[in-house]
Design a protein around this ligand. Structure first.
Ligand code: ADP
Ligand code: MG
Length: 385
């Protein structure tokens, strides 16, 4: 084990894309002990009197048909421009929601771009350029130097140029200083003949994941003082949270082989749930096959489930591929980031977590929550641990 020990919050709060979150049963338990991806009705779906969840809100107020190749619903939108197809995606980081006020500015520069490049990776796109919008509480030379260093290090690494944006002062609110907001729109190029989004999973397909999930969520629990883990596992987890690695090379390699793909920003089960919902299928996930860092072995099982299955901020890719392509997928992973086969797509709707690596293995009876910005009343800034 990697030095995990004691002091575990017996009732871990949902650990997800960030610190000051509310959460919502993006995966929920049915009578059969089956966990289902985000229901389209019920709590969070905005039925009469019910609070609107993040995804129901988008669907109800913003999801409209478009003439573009791909509109709302996948990790990226796709537009055809002449003979090219461009992938566009937009993600923001908010102080008190996605990061703490004392976050390292160089990490923030890296992460603000990385979370966007991760959506390009899910689309199998090659990054081309990006736009940067900033609402800054103040023009702080040292902060901006470090932020831009982190931003451009990652941008240069992927040959992705900053081509524009917008900069404003964040006005002071009632509580005092304005809150920092960083929004990025990233643009990439895809091979339209090889693109796969979230809707192509078919019964019988394998479910794969790159790398491992859960360490970023564990890092958040560490920062909140809910869990103590010893070095070097502690530093490794914090790095996963602060400096995510977008799986761009593998994402590109997989296009043409994967049938559906998504990046894990809100939690493995919740994000896989988006694939299931858009593909009109269900799935079995095999708990023993889901990779996790050695540090988890010494932690309570409930915390392992929460972090590995529902923790956000991992930015790994979950994808599906026909069983006939197993060798090809393993070859693509090669000596870069590893891939693990963690389940199978089934025709019966819902997501079943099994304690074995086959369809008849016993069900694991749990209810987990992936991240949703609007599932519960937003906590005040102090909620951001
Ligand atoms: P991701 O986590 O991959 O960035 P999200 O879960 O944030 O994707 O969003 C789900 C889908 O909804 C995406 O296709 C995204 O572009 C779209 N979306 C989110 N917010 C809005 C909005 N305000 N208007 C239109 N589309 C939106
Ligand atoms: Mg995404």
């Amino acid at each position: 084990m990697d030095g995990a020990e004691a002091s575990v919050d017996p009732h871990p709060r949902p650990l997800a894309r960030e610190a000051a979150e509310g959460s919502h049963p993006a995966v929920s338990q049915s009578d059969e002990g089956q966990v289902s991806p985000r229901p389209r009705s019920g709590r969070g779906a905005g039925g009469e009197g019910a609070p609107l969840g993040e995804f129901a809100l988008i669907e109800r107020f913003f999801s409209r048909p478009s003439a573009e190749r791909q509109g709302i619903g996948d990790d990226c939108a796709l537009i055809d421009v002449g003979s090219q197809t461009l992938a566009l995606t937009s993600d923001m980081l908010l102080e008190g929601v996605h990061f703490l006020p004392d976050a390292d500015p160089q990490d923030l520069g890296h992460k603000a771009l990385a979370v966007n490049l991760s959506d390009l990776a899910a689309a199998g796109a090659r990054p081309r350029c990006f736009l940067l919008d900033l609402a800054l509480p103040r023009a702080d030379d040292a902060w901006l130097t470090a932020f831009s260093r982190g931003l451009f290090a990652l941008a240069h690494h992927h040959g992705c140029a900053l081509i524009g944006g917008d900069t404003t002062r964040a006005p002071a609110g009632a509580a005092g200083a304005g809150l920092l907001t960083i929004a990025i729109t990233a643009i990439g190029e895809v091979d339209r003949t090889r693109y796969c989004g979230r809707s192509g999973a078919r019964p019988g397909d394998d479910i794969w994941i790159t790398g491992s999930t859960g360490e970023a969520a564990l890092a958040l629990a560490v920062r909140r003082g809910q869990v103590e883990i010893a070095e070097p596992a502690r530093a490794a987890c914090l790095l996963r949270m602060d400096r995510p690695t977008p799986r761009l090379e593998l994402g590109r390699a997989l296009s043409g082989t994967a049938t559906a793909s998504i990046d894990v920003s809100d939690g493995l089960m919740g994000d896989l749930g988006h694939i299931l919902e858009r593909s009109g299928v269900g799935a079995a996930l095999y708990w023993p096959a889901i990779p996790r860092a050695p540090v988890f072995a010494a932690l309570p099982l409930a915390l392992q489930y929460q972090c590995v299955l529902a923790g956000g901020d991992d930015y790994e890719l979950v994808f599906t591929a026909p069983a006939s392509r197993r060798a090809a997928v393993a070859r693509m992973a090669g000596d870069g980031v590893g891939v693990s086969r963690i389940g199978q797509i089934e025709s019966a709707p819902g997501l079943r977590l099994r304690d074995g690596d086959h369809a008849a293995a016993p069900l694991i009876d749990i209810a987990l929550q992936s991240f949703d910005h609007f599932a519960a009343p937003p906590p005040g800034p102090s909620g951001a641990s």
